[in-house]
Design a protein around this ligand. Structure first.
Ligand SMILES: NC(=O)c1ccc[n+]([C@@H]2O[C@H](COP(=O)([O-])OP(=O)(O)OC[C@H]3O[C@@H](n4cnc5c(N)ncnc54)[C@H](O)[C@@H]3O)[C@@H](O)[C@H]2O)c1
Ligand SMILES: O=C(O)C(=O)C[C@@H](O)[C@H](O)[C@H](O)COP(=O)(O)O
Ligand SMILES: [Zn+2]
Length: 361
């Protein structure tokens, strides 16, 4: 097992990464003095697969765990489902001596994390991510949120977990499409921070697409390290944390326009990264060869690269609700070649994106 650290002063926490860790979750939580009463928030699909080892290990470690289920899917990542979590916490008389454990993918982690941030003004929580995407990205860094019908993650909080338990064995039951979706965020790290890692991903694309455990474990550790390094410098996204949003301005617009759940987050981000890279290329920040490398790698791991056909005005309207908009101006994350990005203010969104939609196909 490997232990990485997210160093944030009094809010620091470890990431435990290894195979078969679920059955020792309780011991790990006892080691950090986690509260006695634990709400284990999950969905029916994940609970059928993995609730038992987690619940048993919590009981054996002396905790009082209660399983609380919410419906599965991005279209349930909203205030109504959040209310279901609060209802269960209140009905079961959870008080300030309690904590919460999020067991599932990024949807569960984001929503349960926000419940933890807000219930009784904040209770401790632990992330136990079970998708590749949640293991490389959403469980680390403390962004929690639910969607609004008009925009992704518009209602949320920065709220750090006290522990992240990444059991890579859970990836064995993951649908191949979910593996690909997770790889989009992994590829993002290569583009924004590490050209050598990007080249490694290119060299291991077949193994990664096939879900090879050794290749995935390397990619998970590398991704978590890159994300931890960024979050440690800029926890609340006042500067370089926005780099982690590469591909998300357009990606979130796709998710919103299509209707939540129609596109997987990672798939939308894949297209968004290509769009951002094409903009960067038009501005002379990267070469057409860099865009081609990105497209090739995304295609190789079965990710889409072409934007769905919505009117430009609809895209522009959706992108205006991006959280990187301040006083009406959007800041875009654009790549400089492969391995570095910069932040660039955009005034004429329609003008900028009309060129890119022309580039389609
Ligand atoms: N907070 C952040 O920093 C951050 C970062 C990236 C993405 N996100 C958010 O994460 C969400 C996407 O997360 P996701 O891709 O994990 O999707 P998800 O949570 O919807 O999970 C995908 C599917 O896999 C199922 N599943 C989970 N674990 C499984 C397993 N081990 N075996 C079989 N099936 C399993 C889920 O039930 C679901 O049906 C989006 O809402 C996105 O906005 C947040
Ligand atoms: O942790 C971050 O910061 C990220 O931007 C990671 C993204 O992959 C993630 O999808 C995040 O939720 C998007 O942030 P948002 O602020 O645009 O909702
Ligand atoms: Zn993302």
């Amino acid at each position: 097992m490997d232990v990485l650290q997210v160093a944030l002063g009094s809010r620091s926490y470890p990431l435990h990464i290894g195979s078969g860790l679920l059955s020792s979750t309780g011991e790990r939580m006892r080691d950090i003095d986690f509260p006695h009463q634990v709400a284990v928030v999950s969905n029916p699909l994940v609970a059928d697969l993995y609730a038992e080892p987690v619940m048993v290990s919590l009981q054996q470690a002396g905790f009082d765990p209660r399983l609380m289920l919410v419906p599965d899917g991005e279209d349930y990542k909203n205030l109504a489902t959040l209310q279901l979590i609060y209802d269960q916490l209140i009905e079961q008389r959870f008080d300030r001596g309690c904590g919460l454990l999020a067991l599932g993918g990024g949807v569960i982690g984001d929503m349960a994390g926000f419940a933890a941030a807000t219930f009784l003004r904040g209770i401790p929580f632990v992330q136990v991510p079970t998708t590749l995407l949640s293991q490389v990205d959403s469980s680390v860094g403390g962004k929690t949120a639910v969607n609004h019908p008009r925009g992704k993650n518009l209602i949320g909080a920065f709220y750090q977990p006290q522990l992240v338990v990444i059991d890579v064995a859970t990836l064995q039951t993951l649908d191949p499409r979910e593996v690909s979706a997770g790889l989009a965020e992994v590829i993002k790290y290569g583009v924004i921070r590490d050209a050598t890692f990007f080249a490694w991903l290119e060299n291991h694309q077949d193994l990664l697409r096939q879900g090879d455990p050794a290749a995935l474990i390397y990619a998970i550790k590398k991704s978590c390290q890159i994300k931890a390094d960024i979050v440690e410098i800029d926890e609340r996204e006042s500067s370089i944390r926005a780099h982690l949003n590469f591909g998300h301005t357009f990606g979130h617009a796709i998710e919103n326009l299509a209707g939540y759940g129609q596109w997987k987050h990672g798939e939308a981000v894949a297209v968004g990264m290509v769009v951002a890279a094409k903009i960067a290329c038009n501005k002379g920040l990267c070469r057409t060869d860099d865009v081609a490398r990105l497209e090739q790698l995304l295609r190789a791991v079965n990710l889409p690269v072409d934007p769905p056909d919505y009117p430009l005005a609809a895209y522009v309207d959706a992108m205006q609700r991006d959280k990187k908009v301040k006083q009406g101006a959007l800041t875009m994350v654009l790549n400089q070649g492969i391995g570095t990005v910069l932040l660039e203010p955009v005034t004429d969104l329609a003008g900028l994106f009309s060129t890119i939609l022309d580039l389609k196909g």
